[in-house]
Design a protein around this ligand. Sequence first.
Ligand code: DX5
Ligand code: ZN
Length: 223
Amino acid sequence: MTNSQKVKISPSILSADFTRLGEQVAEVTKAGADYLHIDVMDGQFAPQITIGPSVVAAIRKCTNIPLDLHLMIEAPENQVNQFASAGANIITVHIETCPHLHHVIQIIKDKGVKAGVAVNPATSLSLLDDILPDVDMVVVMTVNPGFSGQSFMESIVGKIARLRAELDKRGLNAELEVDGGVNEKTASSVVKAGGRVLVAGSAVFNSRESISDAIKRLRESFA
Ligand code: DX5
Ligand code: ZN
């Protein structure tokens, strides 16, 4: 695997202990996580209400690693300014919430933030054909948005491989992130299919080991 294909880990703080959020962010930072995944839900597109810009700003003060925001919200274009000002480095929106996706991607980039697009398990990759050259990241969901700790959908592995092939065929550098149920049992099939950023919530925060041992074990599972 070349360096540009190095697999990154993006721990999802949705599984963190919110009573000790600062400490847990410091721990993942020390453990060498590549990104920090922040799941923003609005109780509409996704069933719970999670994290807003003020919490993102607080997290920003605890770490220098890139903040990888996953917006599972309706009309995300109305919130981009606030999340960018709070310190986001990557903002991903769901194609299912964006009838004017190209416009939303431009709004994100105009703020100097990297732009990503996420696709739910039932959403066809064909809908991404025309936007792929404009995005910095594509997030393939291997669970339905809503909660951490759901089971990885094996049936989506083929979709990851098809997207990897399409990106390579077109010479596109968008990062391919995979989100949902990634753990030491499922990570190797994701990496084999071409996933290069692994989101991991429960595998990092809810394991019996320390956060750094959990990240180490996850990395070893696909090395
Ligand atoms: C699901 C979220 C995921 C989730 C990951 O809606 O987008 O990022 O928190 O958690 P695990 O790794 O436990 O599936
Ligand atoms: Zn997520």
